[in-house]
Design a protein around this ligand. Sequence first.
Ligand SMILES: O=c1ccn([C@H]2C[C@H](O)[C@@H](COP(=O)(O)O)O2)c(=O)[nH]1
Length: 161
Amino acid sequence: MNWEELYDMQAQLDNYIEKNHGLLGADLFQEKILALLVELGELANETRCFKFWSKKPRSERAVILEEYVDGIHFILSLGLEKGYRYTYSELERTRMSETEQFNAVFTACIAFQMQATEDNYIRLFKEYLQLGQLLDFQESDIQRAYDKKNEINYNRQNKGY
Ligand SMILES: O=c1ccn([C@H]2C[C@H](O)[C@@H](COP(=O)(O)O)O2)c(=O)[nH]1
């Protein structure tokens, strides 16, 4: 995956959004952490992985992928906020269940909020990518869905979102 290209696209989108809302150069770290936690909750809800009390099936793959790339947007954006960039490294497949992996991502997100170090950022990024592997998303799926959602995010801004 060409993460550099995605960081550049994310920087342009964030800049566009900030300009549109009179927030250019504002510190949006806390807002973006909460936004990521909310997206994680939405993603978990679409998988229904933790709903042991329900027999309803999970949402379709495309819906889950769209939620997943919302999280990618905010993780990239958090890196830009702090001046950190994830670069490719070999990822071990997690042995955790989906539920355990979601909890690991939440934990990594809170650790990064408490201590916004580069190490904690990379940990968060890796946990999120491992969640993507568990959900069976290939890099090409993520790239395509990111591009699509990035465009939707511009259209929303232009329509007074
Ligand atoms: O600074 C920002 C703010 C929002 N988004 C994008 C990420 C998600 O794809 C989408 C979430 O919007 P809601 O659907 O949750 O409103 O907005 C950004 O990329 N950068």
